[in-house]
Design a protein around this ligand. Structure first.
Ligand code: F6R
Length: 248
């Protein structure tokens, strides 16, 4: 999978937003829905900001967009300010014209014994929508994509997982301490992600440089789930110069 390096994080974000907007418009011209796989965290914020700007200033419509988010903490109430549900509304959905019924985010507030069923249905919905056209990803310092932590199998589908300690530590600040970070999450699997027609992994900042080097240049291994993207014919890494600084 090729890596594209932008000097500034903003340039990388704008390029990704443009690619997404272009596909949305192509699908509109064909009277088709555009199926987006979306991520949370700090990395896609610039992409969402640019998409909101395009909606407000250039009339980009999201009425034909169907979205599926990668993951949600478990347990997690959607109304909590820590939820990915809250994050997506605050940073994107509240500012665009996507139809509420077209938004899908894993539920963190269902009883544990219903999670398996929920995950099967989530996969079913993606399939019935025709599959994901573009999957947007960040990367964790463990090498996770979605919340597929080291050890995740290439054939994994949407399921409940246990978060890596490093992932919980990285989230500790926003939760006011690691003890408040949930131990688990519901995430699309590696296979769910690999089934997307196109995959764009964005990494920004120097704290991603060493994991990016391994993901892009290292062996393909379940010990570093992002490395599986090397086997995807339409996956690419979009980096700023800091995240790319350790590449050969
Ligand atoms: C978020 C997700 C995670 C993040 C990753 C990087 O939905 O699936 O894989 O993309 O943890 O997070 P940030 O962007 O905050 O560095």
């Amino acid at each position: 999978a090729p890596a594209y390096i932008y000097k500034e994080a903003t340039d990388a974000s704008v390029a990704v937003a443009k690619e997404i907007a272009t596909l949305i418009k192509e699908k509109q011209a064909e009277n088709k829905q555009c199926i987006l796989g979306l991520a949370t965290g700090s990395t896609p914020l610039g992409v969402y900001k640019e998409l909101v700007r395009m909606h407000k200033e250039e009339g980009l419509s999201f009425q034909n967009v169907v979205s599926f988010n990668l993951d949600e903490y478990f347990p997690m109430d959607p109304s909590s300010s820590h939820s990915y549900h809250h994050f997506m509304h605050k940073n994107l959905f509240d500012h665009i014209d996507i139809l509420p019924e077209n938004i899908h985010i894993p539920a963190g507030n269902i009883p544990l014994d219903q999670v398996h069923d929920f995950c099967m249905k989530y996969e079913e919905k993606i399939k019935n929508a025709g599959g994901i056209d573009i999957q947007l990803l960040g990367i964790g310092r463990t090498g996770h994509i979605g919340f597929n932590e080291p050890g995740a199998r290439s054939n994994s589908r949407t399921r409940i997982i246990v978060l890596d300690t490093l992932t919980r530590r990285d989230a500790a600040n926003s939760f006011n301490g690691i003890r408040n970070v949930p131990q688990r999450a519901i995430t699309m699997g590696v296979s769910t992600i690999m089934n997307a027609k196109k995959v764009i992994l964005v990494a920004l900042g120097e704290n991603k440089a060493s994991i990016i080097k391994k993901a892009v240049e290292g062996n393909v291994t379940p010990l570093l789930p992002a490395s599986f993207l090397q086997n995807h014919p339409e996956a690419k890494f979009i980096l700023d110069s800091s995240a790319a600084s350790e590449l050969i």
